[in-house]
Design a protein around this ligand. Structure first.
Ligand SMILES: *[C@@H]1O[C@H](CO)[C@@H](O)[C@H](O)[C@H]1NC(C)=O
Ligand SMILES: *[C@@H]1O[C@H](CO)[C@@H](O)[C@H](O)[C@H]1NC(C)=O
Ligand SMILES: *[C@@H]1O[C@H](CO)[C@@H](O)[C@H](O)[C@H]1NC(C)=O
Length: 670
């Protein structure tokens, strides 16, 4: 490939990028003053116009750009619809290379003329992809095969394209700092050249095939981690040629055939996801490129997935495997300490210690997959959430405007984690484009658990260290401790027991660990969430204020808390709150459903509850206020006393009982 061509490629890429960029900037200006309906129409047209420009250049340039387009076309959850529609065409076929070129490559690589190699050879390729095309053929011995032939000269082009893509991404990161794809492209630069050696791919295919067919022995009676997929056998390979067993399958985007053969799409995507969970969590060796073009479905029932193309396959270390499993499970359990420890094990450096925000970011990757239409709705909510998060971080760090623009909460994303997220995103895209809904957490959990449990050296349950070493207060406590040892760590994860008799402590025992994935020992002063037990404490604080003369049971709540006096809540009295008869038993239920994290925002929840409407007349029926009780009493307490909830808690309960540092309502100050 001459310099002239390489430079032309670069010029084309950059002029298109500029063209598209200015088109969007111009439209952004233009739509400022038009109506919403018109605005949407203008944007739709702009997207479509530019998607076509991008598509045309990708087809013209082939190579890496096609790969990038394929990746983007699977992200129905991120890109505007017109892009998905237009770029989808890249998953089909590109124009094939001429037959002479193909035969030339085969004969040169295998050192024999075509007629000695194959009994039949289909002139029209089955498919043409970015770096190779595949032809159906029959070997001399009658075996049906597919022959994958690398495009002539593609290696130089890809290596050059990577350089261009890198400059382009640096340029984007400079012009629009909130879009920094550098970590993604760096990982790609490292991995892409490996795809250009088919010997490498042959070896990878054999490894994955062996790994996936290995039956898990025994199993602890939980969900099986065996997977049921097909991978074609490798017959021969050279650097530029790969000969594989032929498998008759349906392409995933061929919706009509999928319907005709009665393929269960949900089961299909689930089985593919299971195969990936196995590769990632059990084998630590996985295909990093699960785009829809790399799968077929067997025509024979039970219609198993066929996995193709292991060019981009990633090996991860034992410790990374465990860290990814831990990250996954800690999200599933909502365990923030475990999540941060997983991040640390991965080498992920977070600039500030904000477990709640980290959890939100990480959970996004594992949320239930959605259909394309819902994905669009969700992405809006997600963006809003992300903006809120970024704001919170920036306020906490007191950044100025310029720093805000360049702010990135994650300092160093390790390459392994990026490939992992890319795989999850591609799988998510797969279910979006097939319009099925799958629950990642449920499907992947058994695989991640088996990795983590297999590596956990579970201490013998009779180990005296399993119980926290503290003095034994009574005979009944020593009996309790022997009973605990008997039950052991199989039955008990972690616990605290404390009992008083006649004002004296008779039991104060702690044992086990803090969480399934959090190995710290439980100590007598370890904090646990106690959920509705705090209702008694909150009610106690109201009674304390009544004793202090700050409040009367017969008083109207709105007299104390004026904002509360809306929507018929003017009738609610203090005693209605205390005995669950206010009619606000379902209040906040909707808020929590749409934005679960909002429960962490005390002021926001007080605002919401002040706006709520009772469902029954105050005093008429007693229904457990499972969720709203704390904020109802909390708002009352703060308004009656003119002080913060935590201050009253300390004065009324914590100090008199000498339990400083052992009782909080809400997240303890760090
Ligand atoms: C997967 O294959 C690789 C390479 O043969 C091997 O090192 C690894 O142990 C296999 N994993 C499992 C879980 O068998
Ligand atoms: C596939 O075809 C079925 C039946 O015609 C239709 O209901 C479904 O919406 C189609 N799915 C997609 C993703 O186009
Ligand atoms: C709730 O408390 C009020 C005031 O003490 C009392 O009149 C009412 O009977 C109580 N309601 C129930 C259901 O216990």
């Amino acid at each position: 490939m001459g310099w002239g061509t390489l430079i032309t490629r670069r010029l084309k890429v950059f002029s298109l990028a500029l063209f598209v960029y200015f088109d969007y900037k111009a439209v952004q200006k233009r739509v400022q003053w038009v109506s919403a309906v018109k605005k949407n129409a203008i944007w739709a047209k702009t997207h479509e116009r530019n998607a076509r420009r991008v598509l045309n250049l990708m087809i013209e340039l082939e190579g890496l750009w096609v790969k990038m387009g394929q990746y983007l076309s699977t992200r129905a959850d991120v890109l505007p619809e017109p892009y998905i529609e237009v770029l989808k065409q890249l998953q089909d076929s590109l124009p094939p290379r001429p037959l002479e070129e193909v035969c030339g490559t085969i004969e040169k690589e295998l050192g024999k003329p075509m007629r000695q190699l194959f009994a039949t050879f289909d002139v029209d390729p089955l498919a043409t992809a970015s770096i190779a095309q595949v032809h159906r053929a029959t070997l001399e011995d009658g075996r049906e095969v597919v022959v994958k032939v690398q495009h002539d000269g593609i290696k130089e082009i890809i290596l050059e394209d990577l350089k261009n893509a890198k400059s382009l991404i640096e340029w984007i990161a400079w012009a629009e700092p909130q879009y920094d794809f550098n970590p993604m492209i760096d990982e790609w630069c490292k991995e892409a050249p490996k795809e250009l050696d088919f010997n490498h791919e042959a070896e990878n295919t054999r490894t994955v095939s062996k790994n996936l067919s290995r039956k898990t022995e025994g199993g602890s009676g939980s969900v099986s981690s065996d997977v049921d997929v097909l991978i074609p056998e490798i017959i021969q390979s050279t650097e530029k040629i790969l000969i594989l067993e032929y498998m008759d399958g349906i392409r995933l985007h061929d919706n009509d055939s999928l319907e005709e053969y009665g393929v269960d799409k949900k089961r299909l995507v689930e089985e593919i996801t299971r195969a990936y969970a196995h590769q990632i969590y059990i084998d630590g060796f996985f295909n990093g490129d699960p785009h829809p073009g790399n799968f077929l479905v067997s025509k024979e029932p039970p219609h198993k997935p066929i996995l193709l193309d292991f060019g981009l396959t990633k090996r991860i270390s034992q410790s990374m495997k465990q860290a990814l499993a831990k990250m996954f499970l800690s999200c599933a359990e909502g365990d923030q300490v475990a999540l941060l420890s997983a991040f640390a094990e991965m080498g992920l450096k977070l600039r500030v210690d904000m477990p709640q925000q980290s959890m939100e970011i990480a959970s996004i990757f594992f949320r239930q997959s959605t259909t394309a239409t819902e994905a669009k709705e969700n992405i809006k909510a997600l963006n809003e959430q992300r903006e809120r998060n970024a704001k919170a971080l920036q306020e906490k760090m007191k950044l100025n405007k310029k720093e805000v623009k360049h702010f990135n909460p994650v300092d160093a994303f390790p390459g392994d984690a990026i490939i992992f997220m890319r795989v999850l995103n591609l799988l998510r895209g797969l279910s979006a484009s097939l319009n099925v809904r799958i629950v990642y957490l449920d499907i992947m959990r058994p695989f991640a658990e088996s990795t983590l449990l297999g590596s956990m050296t579970r201490g013998p349950s009779t180990n005296s260290e399993w119980i926290y070493d503290s003095p034994v207060n009574s005979e009944v406590e020593s009996k309790l401790r022997s009973l605990l040892l008997e039950m052991g760590s199989d039955k008990i994860l972690g616990l605290q027991v404390c009992a008083y008799k006649d004002g004296k402590v008779i039991i104060d025992t702690a044992a086990g660990t803090l969480g399934k994935y959090d190995p710290r020992p439980v100590q007598p002063d370890s904090l646990f969430p106690v959920f509705s037990v705090t209702k008694g404490i909150t009610a106690g604080m109201v009674h304390w204020l009544v004793d202090q003369g700050k409040l009367k049971y017969e008083e109207t709540v709105a007299d104390i808390w004026p904002k509360f006096g809306t929507n018929k809540k003017e009738l609610i009295k203090v005693h209605h709150l205390l005995n669950h008869t206010s009619g606000l038993h379902n209040a906040l239920g909707d808020v929590v459903k749409t934005d679960p994290m909002s429960v962490c925002d005390w002021e926001e929840m007080l605002d919401q509850i002040a706006k709520s409407t009772p469902e029954t007349e105050p005093g008429s029926s007693q229904i457990y206020h499972y969720l709203s009780f704390g904020w109802l009493c909390g708002g009352l307490i703060e308004h009656a006393s003119g002080r913060k909830f935590q201050e009253i808690l300390e004065e009324a309960i914590v100090h008199p009982l000498h339990i400083e540092g052992e009782l909080y309502v809400g997240i303890p100050p760090v």
